[in-house]
Design a protein around this ligand. Structure first.
Ligand code: SF4
Length: 389
């Protein structure tokens, strides 16, 4: 697939469609109360699972097109928990199995309590180009109530260390919409992050996912979730502060300076093929989605025995269209209506007109792009435009 150049009148950006590799490291020190990703806090099966991942990578490498990889992403879980030698070994294996673009983005998710000089040097030496730091908050009370394994001091110190370690790019995660959070608290979090010089921010609104500790706390009345109005005001503040600081709002939850947008995530949102390795990891080849079992031992046993550990689904043109609408509208590039597998029809044009008249949606040539107001309702507007499946 070729790359797509995008011009918005002020800047230009090339969307990279080269294939990507994702490795899911399913271990964490502690369970955060809000988290519904797949991970285990028991490290007993760590070596067995990581060995199985190496085998899966070896056996599935040919599923990706032969083009050079544009990105490799270690996500989780907590990849920084497994030590740099294991990360280096995965990268060595990837270099043997794939061509990797000379400017490939190679990201590692890390938690602040794992950041030390030795690890930073080892990650750089083995080829990590970008660190994604799970900061979440700079407040001690918030970190404690979320069940995070790090302190506020570690959050700040780790950013200083990363910034001083010579990484070409790094990003932090922050959470807003926390119970009882007000504008001043959120403003302070953003100010601290900006003062620390972050080139990229992923800011997520807290959602209460079923089967999490947070959901139990809410059910028992121990935690009262933040209301929609407070969350919307915090999202507005976020957009305003980032625009003022010169970070581009290129996806609903993501802001970056030029040259720091996440190549890996953009390739997900724009339908590039990727191979996902490890328990719960998803893969996409342009037509078929495939996802591994979200259970460490079942995964390892299956890989060792050569039995399938995945389920898959081949997307119909209508399903693919709806995915493009859902992910594309969340980005600043919007959706190119000329490239939808199922063209939108009269009913959807009525919906577009309605949102245009409310200043929630713009039509720029063949592209549908959300306005700042529309970004509050991105998923709902996309769903209203869905074609019948
Ligand atoms: S460290 Fe990340 S993956 Fe692990 S429990 Fe916390 S939020 Fe979830």
């Amino acid at each position: 697939m070729t790359n797509t150049a995008f011009e918005d009148g002020h800047s230009s950006f090339t969307i990279d469609h080269s294939p990507g590799l994702y490795l899911h490291i399913p271990f964490c020190k502690k369970a955060c109360t809000y988290c519904d990703f797949h991970f285990s806090t028991s490290l007993k099966a760590k070596d067995r699972v990581l060995d199985a991942m190496r085998r899966e990578l070896e056996e599935r490498a040919m599923e990706l097109p032969t083009e050079a990889l544009g990105s490799i992403y270690f996500g989780g879980g907590t990849p920084s928990l497994i030590g740099p030698e294991r990360i280096a070994a995965f990268l060595e294996q990837a270099r043997r199995l794939f061509a990797i673009a000379p400017d490939a983005e190679i990201t590692l998710e890390a938690n602040p309590d794992d950041i030390n000089t030795e690890y930073l040097e080892a990650w750089r030496a083995c080829g990590i180009t970008r660190l994604s730091l799970g900061t979440q908050s700079f407040r001690e009370d918030r970190l404690r109530s979320m069940g995070r394994a790090h302190t506020a001091e570690e959050a700040r110190r780790s950013i200083d260390r990363i910034a001083g370690a010579g990484f070409t790019s790094w990003t932090i995660d922050l959470i807003y919409g926390l119970p009882g959070m007000d504008r001043d608290e959120w403003d302070e979090q953003l100010r601290i992050a900006l003062d620390l010089g972050m080139p990229h921010l992923s800011a997520y609104c807290l959602t209460v996912e079923p089967r999490t500790a947070l959901a139990h706390q809410v059910r028992r009345g121990e935690v009262v979730p933040s209301d929609d109005e407070a969350q919307a005001a915090q999202f507005d503040l976020l957009m305003e502060r980032m625009a003022r600081a010169g970070l581009v709002h290129y996806e609903i939850s993501n802001f970056g300076r030029a040259g720091h947008f996440s190549r890996h995530n953009i390739s997900y949102w724009t339908g590039a093929p990727y191979l996902g390795i490890g328990p719960s990891a998803h893969s996409f080849d342009g037509r078929q989605r495939r996802w591994n079992v979200a259970h460490n031992l079942r995964y390892a046993r299956g890989i060792e025995a050569g039995t399938p550990v995945f389920e898959s689904e081949t997307l119909t043109p209508a399903q693919r269209t709806n995915e493009i609408l859902l992910t594309g509208l969340r980005t600043m590039w919007g959706v190119d209506l000329d490239t939808l597998p199922v063209p939108i029809g009269g009913t959807q044009w009525g919906t577009i007109e309605r949102h245009r008249s409310r200043d929630e949606l713009k039509v720029e040539g063949a592209r549908l792009v959300l306005t700042g107001t529309g970004r509050h309702f991105a998923d709902r507007i996309a769903a209203e435009l869905f074609v019948d499946t």
